[in-house]
Design a binder for this molecule. Structure first.
Ligand code: 5GP
Length: 236
């Protein structure tokens, strides 16, 4: 399978067609953005780390029965994935209040909620990814009731699997964002990435942030945090 024309360039990845219409190649970049592109920078080594971390976690999820778009890692930064049509929703799972939820509800970051929270945002940069509920999702046709049920079930199972896995590495999974896609034959699969760009990871002992919040909030030690996640998950 060979890389063909570029289909798309996002903030953190490029996507290429291949000679096989059922597959794409994603190439991870070191570019970092926050606040919907208002803050820009580079995180040295991020592309390779996010590629490896994502594939590691996708393999784990596949082993545990979650269908994903992952096919094969090609190199440091490049991976073959199944070609999908992305469901235009950001699926956010929250275990501990942080970020926009803490702000919206006036909670202290780190507040322990009595149960997991699932949120959906409509994927649209021009609108700043507004939060939507199931009524909006069905009325606008972003997903069918059956698809949303499947997406929600997968998201909560993924949370259980990842939370347990990371706990053993002394990492607390605070919250994260998922995206799902549909293959040409209509299968719903987990797509996009699972990395320090898309998750909040706190060290279980010290509470130190080991994710993109270090970049968003100018906390310093950004590269070190990404490397620490790589080391704990992949041992290198
Ligand atoms: P919040 O809504 O608190 O900003 O984000 C909740 C979680 O979802 C965080 O782990 C954050 O990294 C992730 N997230 C939400 N929206 C986006 C987004 O547009 N891009 C990325 N990379 N992560 C997001």
């Amino acid at each position: 399978m060979e890389k063909a024309q570029q289909l798309y360039e996002g903030k953190a990845k490029k996507v290429y067609a291949t000679t096989d219409p059922d597959y794409c190649i994603v190439a991870y970049k070191d570019d970092a953005t926050a606040f919907n592109g208002a803050k820009k920078g580079t995180i040295e080594g991020k592309g390779a780390i996010n590629n490896c971390v994502t594939n590691h976690l996708m393999r784990l999820l596949e082993q545990r029965g979650i269908p994903t778009h992952f096919v094969e890692q090609l190199s440091d930064r490049e991976t073959v994935v199944r070609r999908v049509t992305i469901v235009p929703l950001e699926v956010i799972v929250r275990n501990i209040a942080a970020g926009s939820l803490a702000k919206r509800l006036g909670l202290e970051e780190g507040y322990k909620m009595s149960r997991t929270v699932l949120e959906f945002c409509y994927k649209d940069d021009a609108l700043d990814d507004p939060m939507v509920n199931d009524y909006h999702i069905f009325a606008m046709g972003f997903a069918t009731p059956e698809e949303l049920k499947q997406i929600s079930d997968y998201a909560l199972r993924i949370n259980d699997i990842l939370s347990e896995y990371l706990r053993d590495l002394n990492i607390e999974l605070i919250d994260f964002k998922l995206e799902f896609g549909k293959t040409a034959d209509g299968r719903l699969v987990l797509a996009d990435e699972i990395s320090p760009d898309t998750c909040r990871f706190w060290d279980s002992t010290t509470g130190m942030k080991l994710d993109k919040d270090r970049f968003r909030r100018d906390l310093g030690g950004v590269e070190d945090a990404y490397q620490e996640i790589m080391k704990r998950l992949l041992g290198r």
